[in-house]
Ligand binder design. Structure first.
Ligand code: TRP
Ligand code: ZN
Length: 850
C-alpha cells in the first residue's frame, strides 16, 4: 500500500542525507511470487549533515531479517520505511526481504512481464526492492549476484563471475538507486561492437524474446550512431565494457537509462520495415539516443533531488533534438518540436496542471515527468545556447562535465557553469526555471525616417499558485525582408529583458517585412495583427524555414478561425500560396509535408480560447473538414502530381530521404481521398510492401469513414504482432469520425485482444480517444464517462499509467457549461473512488482545483 496520508514534498525543505553509502552488495534469489533480496550495505555518517537519524525507504517489502555490523536487530517500522539505532561511525547494514514480482502490476520495482523479470526504479521504485536511502543524492558502486534458472541474467556495469544458475555484475561508477536495473529471462541477443574514441572496444547487445530477433538491427545502428555523435559533438566517451538494451512489453513509459542496462518499452526499440512506420523508426532513433545520452547527462552527473529533474531531462532532450537534426533535417525537426510544444506544453501551461520547469512542490514525483519538464526544459537550454553563442555553450558544457562529474547537481550548478564560462550574469534568465506559464509577446511596428522599430511587450498570465509574473529574458530572433523578398537585415537576436522594449533598425531604403521569432527562438506566443498578404509573402520568401512554414500555418489558422467564428469562407489566398509551395521542387519533400499539415483541432481550440471565445469542438471539426475538402478540390492537380512524382520505388529504407517522400505523398493522399472516394488509398493499401504505406493508407480510409475491409485484413495479417495490433487499435479511435469515436473505443475495450493491463494497449485506445478532440469532448459527456470508468478500473492495478492518462482531462475548463459540468462530474467520480492511489488523487485534485 502507498502511504495513507499523501504528503507534499517541498524543494525548500531539502536537507542532505544523514548517511552516505560506500558500497552495495545485492543478491537476488529469483522466484515469481517470492523473490528473496539480500543486501549488504556499507554506510558512513555524512559530515555534511547534522542529523544522525537512520531512515531507510521501503514499501511492500516483507522483512525476513536485519543486522547491523553482524548483529540481528528489529528495526522500527515507520511510514514509508524503517528506522534503527546505528553507531556514530561507519557500519554495515544487512537485510533479507521477500517481494512478489508476479503480483506487481504497477510495473514499478521488480516485476514480471511476459515470463521475464524486469525492473523500473526511477523515480522511487528501488524502495520496493529492498530497504535503502532511495534518493538521488546517495551514490554508491553496486555489485549484484542473480540466482535463477533463467538463461539470461543481466544487471548494471561490467560482467563478473557467471555460471550455471547465477551471474554477477559489478558497476564501478557510483550511482543512485534509481539507476539500478536487473533483467532475467529467456532472451536472445542481437550483438554488435563499438570502438570508442580512445580505442576501447565495447560489447553491445539488444536483448529480446526469440520472436523479436528480426527487429533489432535498426536500434543497434541507432545506438552506434549515438555513441559516435556524443564523442564528436560533446566529447563524451562510453565508460563500461558493455552496453545492454532490453525490450520489455509491459512498461509505463518509453525507456529508462539504467547504467549500462537500458530498458525499453518494446514499442520504442523494436522495428522492421514490415511492421514499423517511418515515424516509428524516427522515434526509436531519438529514444535510443536519448537514453544513451543520459549516460553523461543524468548518470555521470545526476540530480541532487527530484525537483532538479529538468537538469537531466531538459538537457538530454535538447541533445537528442540536436542529434535528430544532424541525422535528418534541422528545419523539419524544429517544426516538429515547436508543434509538440505548442500543442502539448502550451496546453499544460494554460490549464490547471501548469507548473514551473523546476516545480517547487509535489505529492507524487511520477506526476512531474511532464512535457513542461522535458520539452520546455529543452527549450530553456536552446535559449541559453542562443544567448551565449555556440562557443560559449561548448565552453560551458565542457566545464559542466569537468566540474560536476560524479555529482548530484542542481539547476544552480548548471547556471553557474554558464556564468563562469561566459562571464554573463544569468540571474534574470534563471527565472525561466521557476516561473510557470507561456509568455505572450505583443508586437507593434513603426516605420519612420528610414528607421523600422519593433515595440515588443511581454506578459505571462497567472498560473495556479503564481498570480503575479515578472519579465523574463527572451531571445527573439528577427530578420528583415525587402519588398522583393531579399533579406535586408539577416537574423539577429534581440534580447528582451523588460516588460516593454523597442528595437530599431535604421538606414533602410523602404519599409521592410519583419520575420519574427525565427527558428522558434523562444517558447512564447506571438500576438500580432498580420495581414494575409504579408503571411503569403513570408510563406513565399522567408529564408528562415521555420518562419516560412509558420507563415503558412498562420494564414491557414486565420482562415479557419474566420470560418469557425463567422462562417466567412474566403480563403485569403491560402490555397494559391499552398499550391505554389507544393509546386516548388526546390523545397525538401519532408518540409512540404509539414506545409500540408493544417493546424489541429486542438490548436484551433486553444487559439479560440486565447481570444476569449468558448470553443465548440463539433463546429471546429466541421469547419476544418470543410476547409480540407476545399483544399483537396482546388489543389487537386498539385496534390495528384505530388502523389505520383514522389512515390518511392525500390526497396524500403527508413532513411530521412525516403521518409520525407512518403510523408509528402501520404499527406497528399489524405486530401486526395476526400475527392476520389478512397480509390488511391485502397490501391496503396493493397499494394503496400511496408508498414508506412499500409498504415497511412488505412488511416486515410478510416478518416473518410471507409476501410472496414482493410481493417479486417490488417488484423488478420498482424494478429500475432503486439506492436502492430496496438496500431490497429489506435488508428480506429484516432481516425474515427468524432460522432463514432466513443462507441468505437467502448467496443474495442471489449475486444478479446484488449489487454487493458498492458499500458501500450490501454493507451492505444484511451490515449487515442483523448486525442480525438471532438470525439472525446462529445456534448453528451460520454467520452468523459468512458474514460473515467476505465481510469477507475485501472487505478488499483497501475496507478502511474492511470495518473498519466487522467491528464487527458486537463483542458476541461476551456469548454461550455454543459461540457464543463459533465467533465467535472466525471472527475469528481474518479476522485471519490475508495482507495484511489496517491498518483491519481494528486492529478484529479489538481485538475479540479479552480
Ligand atoms: N528517465 C526516463 C527517460 O526520460 C523516463 C522515466 C522516468 C521512466 N520514470 C520512468 C521510464 C518510469 C519508465 C518508467 O528517459
Ligand atoms: Zn530522459
Amino acid at each position: 500500500m502507498k502511504d495513507a496520508s499523501p504528503q507534499t514534498i517541498y524543494l525548500k525543505d531539502y536537507t542532505p542525507p544523514a548517511y552516505l553509502v560506500e558500497k552495495v552488495d545485492l543478491t537476488f534469489r529469483l522466484a515469481p511470487s517470492a523473490t528473496r533480496v539480500l543486501s549488504k550495505i556499507s554506510f558512513k555518517p555524512n559530515p555534511a549533515s547534522q542529523s544522525r537519524d537512520f531512515f531507510l525507504h521501503g514499501e511492500q517489502l516483507k522483512l525476513i531479517s536485519a543486522k547491523i555490523d553482524g548483529k540481528s536487530i528489529t528495526p522500527e517500522v515507520v511510514e514509508g520505511g524503517i528506522k534503527a539505532d546505528v553507531p556514530d561511525a561507519p557500519f554495515i547494514w544487512e537485510a533479507e526481504v521477500e517481494i512478489d514480482p508476479a503480483g506487481n502490476t504497477a510495473l514499478e520495482g521488480l516485476y514480471m512481464s511476459g515470463g521475464m523479470y524486469s525492473t523500473q526504479c526511477e523515480a522511487e521504485g528501488f524502495r520496493k526492492i529492498t530497504f535503502y536511502p532511495d534518493r538521488p543524492d546517495v551514490l554508491a558502486p553496486f555489485s549484484v549476484r542473480i540466482e535463477s534458472d533463467m538463461p539470461v541474467l543481466l544487471s548494471n556495469g561490467n560482467k563478473g563471475a557467471m555460471g550455471d544458475g547465477f551471474a554477477e555484475w559489478h558497476d564501478p561508477w557510483p550511482k543512485p538507486a534509481y539507476l539500478f536495473a536487473l533483467v532475467a529471462g529467456d532472451l536472445v541477443n542481437h550483438p554488435d561492437t563499438f570502438t570508442t574514441m580512445s580505442g576501447k572496444e565495447v560489447e553491445l547487445n539488444i536483448w529480446v524474446r526469440k520472436d523479436d530477433i528480426g527487429k533489432c538491427a535498426f536500434g543497434i545502428d541507432a545506438l552506434k550512431r549515438s555513441m559516435k555523435w556524443d564523442e564528436e559533438v560533446y566529447g563524451r566517451e562510453y565508460d563500461l565494457d558493455i552496453f545492454n538494451i532490453v525490450a520489455v512489453d509491459d512498461f509505463n513509459m518509453g525507456a529508462m537509462e539504467n547504467k549500462g542496462l537500458n530498458i525499453f518499452n518494446s514499442s520504442c526499440v523494436l522495428a522492421s520495415p514490415a511492421t514499423s512506420t517511418d515515424a516509428t523508426f524516427e522515434r526509436i532513433e531519438a529514444i535510443v539516443a536519448h537514453e544513451y545520452f543520459h549516460n553523461w547527462t543524468g548518470n555521470r552527473i545526476t540530480c541532487r533531488d527530484w525537483f532538479q529533474l529538468c537538469l537531466k531531462e531538459g538537457l538530454t532532450v535538447f541533445r537528442d533534438q540536436q542529434f535528430t537534426g544532424d541525422m535528418r533535417s534541422h528545419a523539419v525537426k524544429r517544426i516538429d518540436d515547436a508543434q509538440l510544444l505548442r500543442s502539448n506544453q502550451f496546453k499544460e501551461d494554460a490549464g490547471p496542471l501548469a507548473h514551473p520547469v523546476r516545480p517547487e512542490s509535489f505529492v507524487e514525483i511520477n506526476n512531474f515527468y511532464t512535457v513542461t519538464v522535458y520539452e520546455k526544459g529543452a527549450e530553456i537550454i536552446g535559449m541559453l545556447k542562443r544567448l551565449v553563442g555556440d562557443e560559449g555553450y561548448a565552453k560551458a558544457l565542457d566545464l559542466y562535465f569537468d566540474r560536476h562529474d560524479g555529482d548530484a547537481a542542481t539547476i544552480e550548478d548548471w547556471i553557474k557553469v554558464f556564468e563562469d564560462a561566459t562571464g554573463r550574469d544569468l540571474s534574470q534568465f534563471k527565472l525561466w526555471y521557476s516561473q510557470a506559464g507561456t509568455p505572450r509577446l505583443k508586437i507593434r511596428e513603426e516605420w519612420n525616417d528610414a528607421t523600422f522599430t519593433l515595440h515588443i511587450a511581454q506578459e505571462t498570465l497567472p498560473t495556479p499558485g503564481q498570480p503575479n509574473k515578472v519579465p523574463l529574458v527572451i531571445p527573439v530572433a528577427v530578420g528583415l525582408l525587402g519588398a522583393n523578398g531579399d533579406e535586408v537585415v539577416p537574423t539577429q537576436i534581440l534580447e528582451l529583458t523588460q516588460a516593454e522594449q523597442s528595437f530599431s533598425f535604421s538606414g533602410l531604403g523602404s519599409r521592410p517585412i519583419p520575420s519574427i521569432l525565427r527558428d522558434f527562438s523562444a517558447p512564447v506566443i506571438l500576438e500580432r495583427e498580420q495581414s494575409a498578404e504579408e503571411q503569403a509573402f513570408l510563406l513565399a520568401h522567408d529564408t528562415d524555414p521555420f518562419n516560412k512554414w509558420e507563415a503558412g500555418q498562420l494564414l491557414a489558422r486565420d482562415v479557419l478561425l474566420a470560418m469557425i467564428e463567422s462562417g466567412d469562407t474566403d480563403d485569403k489566398g491560402y490555397i494559391d500560396a499552398l499550391r505554389r509551395a507544393l509546386r516548388d521542387e526546390s523545397l525538401d519533400p519532408a518540409f512540404r509535408a509539414k506545409l500540408l499539415a493544417l493546424p489541429t483541432e486542438e490548436a484551433l481550440s486553444i487559439a479560440l480560447a486565447a481570444r476569449g471565445v468558448v470553443p465548440d469542438p463539433d463546429l471546429i471539426h466541421e469547419q476544418r473538414e470543410a476547409f480540407r475538402l476545399s483544399i483537396a478540390q482546388h489543389a487537386l492537380i498539385e496534390l495528384s502530381n505530388i502523389y505520383l512524382i514522389h512515390q518511392v520505388h525500390g526497396p524500403y529504407a527508413p532513411s530521412a530521404e525516403q521518409a520525407g517522400k512518403r510523408a509528402l505523398t501520404n499527406a497528399a493522399l489524405n486530401f486526395i481521398s476526400l475527392v476520389d472516394g478512397g480509390a488511391a488509398a485502397t490501391s496503396q493499401f493493397a499494394g503496400a510492401d511496408n508498414m508506412t504505406q499500409e498504415y497511412e493508407a488505412l488511416c486515410a480510409l478510416l478518416r473518410i469513414d471507409a476501410g472496414q475491409e482493410e481493417l479486417l485484413s490488417f488484423a488478420d495479417s498482424w494478429k500475432d504482432d503486439r506492436l502492430v495490433m496496438d496500431m490497429w487499435f489506435r488508428a480506429q479511435v484516432a481516425c474515427a469520425n468524432p460522432a463514432d469515436a466513443v462507441a468505437i473505443a467502448r467496443n474495442l475495450a471489449r475486444h478479446k485482444k484488449f489487454d487493458w493491463k498492458n499500458p501500450n494497449r490501454f493507451r492505444a485506445v484511451f490515449g487515442a480517444l483523448a486525442m480525438n478532440h471532438a470525439g472525446f469532448n462529445a456534448i453528451d459527456g460520454s467520452g468523459y464517462d468512458l474514460l473515467a470508468d476505465w481510469l477507475i478500473k485501472l487505478d488499483p492495478v497501475n496507478p502511474q499509467t492511470t495518473a498519466r492518462v487522467s491528464g487527458s482531462f486537463q483542458s476541461w475548463t476551456r469548454y461550455d457549461e454543459d461540457r464543463k459540468a459533465k467533465a467535472e462530474a466525471a472527475l469528481t467520480r474518479i476522485k471519490s473512488t475508495p482507495n484511489l492511489s496517491r498518483d491519481t488523487t494528486e492529478m484529479v485534485t489538481r485538475l479540479l482545483s479552480k
